[in-house]
Ligand binder design. Structure first.
Ligand SMILES: [Zn+2]
Length: 460
């Protein structure tokens, strides 16, 4: 049974259905305020997509005006639709005004919209600013915000989350002239996006602004990249080269989260750190970090179990460096400087005694030093193994593709050791030594640390 053909068929159907609703959404967004009931009546045949119309008319205000249209086919069997704005409480999003076509009540963070025989509409003005929990709060710490120059919006900061509403959504953007959309959603007519059924609960980061955009279609996946113009040292072609490099290493596109992926590169002054959604990343122009985050499209919680976080984060750290270098987004010296800093950090963290990677992985959530060791020692173990394999005319890439590409199972530490053993039996002892024993890695002959690469946190 071919699973993909079935899901594809289902998706095609959803797309066709969404198209009808979008026509309605566009008419509503562009046309004068006409009777909604009338337009919806004209499309009563199986319309089951929600329309989301996002208008940013005055970006300097930091706010967007959003209209949500819910056809009767979606709300029909329900007397009340319940929704929240997920980031309103946890983040700093603020709702300026909200009104609905039907009766709307609010209790705390929860809204209730009475459904009837008419299609429902919701209109609100929102400031979708979002700070990650526990971060300092300079404006550039925000992971979602709208400015006069550009915007990055987090879907859970901008859109409501309806309880028990699984309909897909079509998203229409009305933006300042020359602003583009960089979203992990299929695009139609250059302005309409088809967000899947998980739009209300899946976190994605959408770039809106005068970005230079490039698209790569390969191995059945589409990768959309947007970089902010002027002043940044990364252009979209370099980001595409990183994606292409990782595709070559792994041999196939990522398996989870659909077949469309997006990366937005913003100036450091706009956002200091980065963020990753299910199929999207937003990053400052730092090739190593960007390559790390993009590698997570394959190496994530769906493919790698929590006990193997040494692989999910540590080996991803190494592959971020390897890919940035192979894509020529980093020079040899830049890649070396990153590995040298990771090495110094690992030696510093283990100065009073080494820690096995399995133990470090166990303390990953509770101990920030163990957490950093997962990255540094994990990356350097990958380097050590890859070098040994290269000397034998082989490559660690094979392990990565076998573990990360099938996508139909999750690998834990035991599974990864078994996989490695099947491929490279003669080196299994090396892998096990550093995973299971509290032993420092051998001298890797890396240069002296500069502390300038940004790759390490704890340095002497
Ligand atoms: Zn990571």
């Amino acid at each position: 049974m071919d699973r993909t053909s079935v899901t594809r068929k289902a998706r095609d159907m959803a797309v066709r259905v969404a198209r009808v609703t979008t026509a309605l959404a566009i008419a509503q967004a562009i046309g004068p305020a006409c009777g909604l009931a009338q337009t919806a009546d004209a499309h009563d045949g199986g319309v089951d997509a929600v329309a989301l119309i996002v208008e940013i008319a005055d970006p300097a205000s930091g706010r967007a005006r959003v209209r949500v249209e819910i056809p009767t086919t979606v709300s029909a069997d329900r007397s009340v639709l319940t929704f929240t704005f997920p980031d309103l409480r946890r983040g700093h999003a603020s709702l300026d005004s909200i009104r609905a076509s039907g009766s709307l009540t609010r209790e705390g963070d929860t809204f209730e919209l009475k459904a009837g025989s008419e299609p429902l509409t919701l209109d609100y003005i929102i400031d979708p600013t979002f700070y990650p929990p526990g971060q300092p709060e300079r404006v550039s710490d925000a992971r979602s915000r709208i400015t006069a120059e550009m915007a990055v919006v987090r879907t859970t900061s901008l859109f409501p989350r309806f309880r028990r509403l699984d309909a897909p959504a079509t998203v229409v953007f009305r933006l300042p002239e020359d602003w583009k959309v960089v979203a992990p959603w299929p695009e139609r007519d250059g302005s309409v996006y088809e967000a899947g059924a998980g739009w209300g609960s899946t976190v994605e980061y959408v770039g809106l602004g005068p970005f230079a955009v490039e698209t790569l279609r390969e191995s059945g996946s589409t990768f959309r990249v947007g970089t902010s113009p002027g002043g940044d040292e990364l252009d979209p072609a370099e980001v595409i080269a990183i994606v292409r490099t990782e595709l070559e290493i792994l041999g196939a596109g990522p398996s989870g989260g659909g077949d469309l992926w997006s990366a937005v590169v913003v100036p450091r002054s706009f956002m200091r750190g980065g963020a990753a959604g299910r199929s999207s990343v937003v990053q400052p122009p730092d090739p190593g970090v960007l390559a790390h985050e993009i590698f997570h499209w394959w190496s994530n919680g769906a493919t790698i179990a929590e006990d193997a976080v040494w692989f999910r984060e540590g080996f991803t750290e190494y592959y971020g460096v390897k890919s940035a270098r192979a894509a020529a987004a980093w020079t040899e010296a830049e890649a070396d400087a990153c590995l040298a800093d990771l090495n110094a950090e690992m030696r510093f963290l283990e100065r009073d005694g080494a820690m096995s990677l399995v133990d470090a992985a166990r303390a990953y959530r509770s101990d920030s030093r163990a957490r950093r060791l997962v990255y540094a020692k994990g990356a350097l173990l990958a380097l050590h193994l890859d070098r040994s394999l290269t000397q034998r005319g082989r490559s660690l890439d094979l392990v990565m593709s076998r573990a990360l590409v099938p996508g139909d199972r999750q690998f834990g530490t035991r599974d990864l050791i078994t996989l490695f053993d099947r491929l490279f039996h003669e080196l299994t002892g090396v892998l096990e030594t550093y995973l299971l024993q509290a032993k420092p890695l051998p001298d890797l002959h890396l240069s002296d640390a500069t502390g300038l690469s940004g790759c390490a946190r704890y340095l002497p």
